[in-house]
Write a protein that binds this ligand. Structure first.
Ligand SMILES: [Zn+2]
Length: 86
């Protein structure tokens, strides 16, 4: 679970979740309770539906896709081309 303090930090004035970290401006992705990866837009909708998110993390350099909209989640650094995709 994301702590209420963390949630405050992640929620912007318009009620949507941050796409980039407050410190450093790194791309953030969200994990839903079933450990599905979600982009900030989908995570915002997910919360609006009364669901809860289990975590918010910075995507440093992984290739990952949103479970809901299949959009690629931005990474802070280039994904190494020879990296194995799990
Ligand atoms: Zn999405």
């Amino acid at each position: 679970m994301i702590s209420p303090e963390m949630m405050d930090e992640l929620t912007m004035k318009d009620g949507s979740l941050r796409s980039f970290s407050y410190v450093g401006g790194y791309p953030i992705f969200y994990l839903c309770t079933q450990d599905g990866v979600m982009c900030p837009e989908c995570a915002t909708e997910f919360l609006a539906e009364g669901e809860t998110l289990s975590a918010a993390e910075v995507n440093w350099e992984s290739m990952m896709f949103c479970e809901r909209c299949d959009e690629e989640i931005e990474s802070a650094y280039e994904v190494p081309e020879d990296e194995d995709i799990f």
